[in-house]
Design a protein around this ligand. Structure first.
Ligand code: ADP
Ligand code: ASP
Ligand code: MG
Length: 474
């Protein structure tokens, strides 16, 4: 059994959906049990979310426009790829009904002047609930027996709206009960990515980019032989090809490396995707919808031989927080209280950088949590600040963490040296540095305006074939 997930660009327009349908048709000829997970058409989730926010701000125009734009966008594909009039009309009714309910919902948000996290999840998941039935209908037009299922019937989560966590037991129960009979009938099931529901059936979402995670969850529940992530690049590359055009496909990665890469900004995989795959030991393959015969990446438990550095990633829109003061020396519990305060705000700490002198604690968090974290810390340490045990709690915005990832870095000397000389030659200032205890990752903090150049310079130092130093890798 195979689970194939198609991202936004893979279902972004008529041509892409036609290509996707060909890939699915071919896969179905090779394997008799195939589950498809699809994202919304590219750009749709953003449009829906922006319209909902605008409605809450008293602006009705964006959701009105979104309704007609989205109708057109989906109907255009249906018109071009679904020949059967009855099928086309059925999809027409479905999309019309969905967009009406979108408009009603946005109208209530407008009237109330308030957008709750719960309401936002209903709106943001609508893109998948329009693209998945479309893809199923297109597949039938391609002669593939196919049914559409809303993942709200399969994936059960907690009620952490916007970033819900699956409850695996009920999820696997429902997934098996609902999907196995369809698969046994030989149907290709097309499931909405990204969306889920609480035990009470309230709509939730798994976080932006979460369709990859949906695929891994379903794959692990069904014991799939492979989960395939079909996207718009040739697998996982040595760096984001948008920043480093000559980045190369990595034929294989370990789960740990892939998790680390995803966590540190390689958007090609949602960071949580690896977890269910590890638990069920299912390999994940990343492939390019627009170059189906091209190179792919296979993510597996262990590799027989590994290059030391695998890839360079960047994670943006971060703030570096510094808690500084000479009075901190020898005072127990400052770090514990700092991180307790950060946890209370619910901010995710991406990197902690220590200085051995104990004069400062420095960590990075998403920029959107910064204000609240700083305020909370100043409150928690108000006594220490008054008495100058702590001199200041300081924030530096617009910083980027660059991560150099690779399992084989363990025990390979000189990696850090090469990173720093590459940055030194380019006169790029490294603001902070951290190495995880796993040694799968060396991360450093640079200013946003230096980030792209830093990624390119480090990439060159390790992967440029003309650079004799990079030969040490192979
Ligand atoms: P999808 O819509 O298919 O889920 P995403 O846009 O979420 O696709 O992810 C694919 C994008 O990830 C690529 O277009 C690429 O720009 C970006 N990316 C970032 N880092 C990497 C990397 N190391 N390898 C491949 N792609 C990467
Ligand atoms: N459509 C959702 C998003 O844009 C989920 C996904 O594409 O994976 O975040
Ligand atoms: Mg994605």
């Amino acid at each position: 059994m195979l689970v194939l997930k198609f991202g936004g660009t893979s279902v972004g327009n008529t041509q892409a959906i036609a290509q996707t349908a060909e890939i699915i048709k071919h896969t179905r000829e090779l394997d008799d049990q195939v589950v498809i997970v699809t994202s919304a058409m590219s750009g749709v989730t953003n449009t829906l979310i922006q319209a909902a926010y605008a409605a809450a701000d008293g602006d009705e125009q964006p959701y009105r426009e979104a309704r007609s734009d989205l109708l057109l966008k989906h109907q255009l594909v249906a018109g071009q790829l679904i020949e059967d009039g009855v099928e086309r009309a059925a999809y027409g009714r479905l999309i019309d009904e969905r967009l009406r309910s979108f408009e009603r919902l946005c109208h209530s948000i407008y009237v109330l002047g308030e957008l709750t996290a719960r309401g936002l999840d209903v709106v943001s998941g609508m893109g998948e609930r329009m693209s998945a039935p479309l893809l199923a209908a297109v597949l039938r037009a391609y002669g593939v027996d196919s049914d559409y299922v809303n993942a709200g019937e399969l994936i059960v989560t907690d009620n952490n709206f916007g970033n819900a966590s699956p409850l695996l037991e009920p999820t696997c129960e429902q997934t098996s009960a609902r999907l196995r009979p369809l698969l046994e009938q030989g149907k290709v099931v097309v499931v909405t990515g990204f969306v889920a529901a609480t035990t009470d059936g309230v709509a939730t979402t798994l976080g932006r980019g979460g369709s990859d995670y949906s695929a891994a969850i379903l794959g692990s529940c069904l014991g799939a032989d492979e989960v395939q992530i079909w996207t718009d690049v040739d697998g996982v590359l040595t760096a984001d090809p948008r920043i480093v055009p000559n980045a190369k496909t990595l034929p294989e990665l370990t789960y740990t490396e892939a998790a680390e890469l995803a966590y540190f900004g390689a958007r090609v995989l949602h960071p949580k995707t690896i977890l269910p795959a590890i638990e069920a030991s299912i390999p994940i393959r990343v492939a390019n919808t627009f170059n189906a015969a091209g190179p792919t990446t296979l993510v597996v438990p262990k590799l027989s031989n590994g290059h030391s550095v695998k890839a360079i990633t960047a994670i943006r829109d971060l703030t570096l927080v510094n808690v500084e003061g000479r009075g901190m020396i020898g005072v127990p519990g400052i770090a514990a209280r700092t991180f307790q305060a950060v946890a209370d705000v619910g901010a995710n700490v991406l990197m902690i950088s220590q200085s051995s002198s104990e004069q400062s604690i420095c960590f990075s968090i998403p920029q959107h949590d910064a204000e609240q974290v700083i305020e909370t810390l100043r409150g928690v340490f108000s006594d220490e600040l008054d008495r100058h045990f702590i001199d200041r709690v300081r924030a530096q915005h617009n910083i980027v963490i660059i991560a150099v990832v690779g399992a084989g870095m363990r025990g390979t000397p000189g990696i850090s040296g090469r990173i720093f000389s590459a940055l030194g030659e380019a006169k790029i200032n490294v603001i902070a540095l951290a190495q995880g205890s796993s040694e799968v990752n060396i991360s450093l903090v640079v200013d946003d305006e230096d980030a792209d150049e830093a990624v390119r310079r480090i990439h060159d130092a390790f992967f440029n074939d003309e650079d004799p130093r990079s030969k040490i890798q192979s």
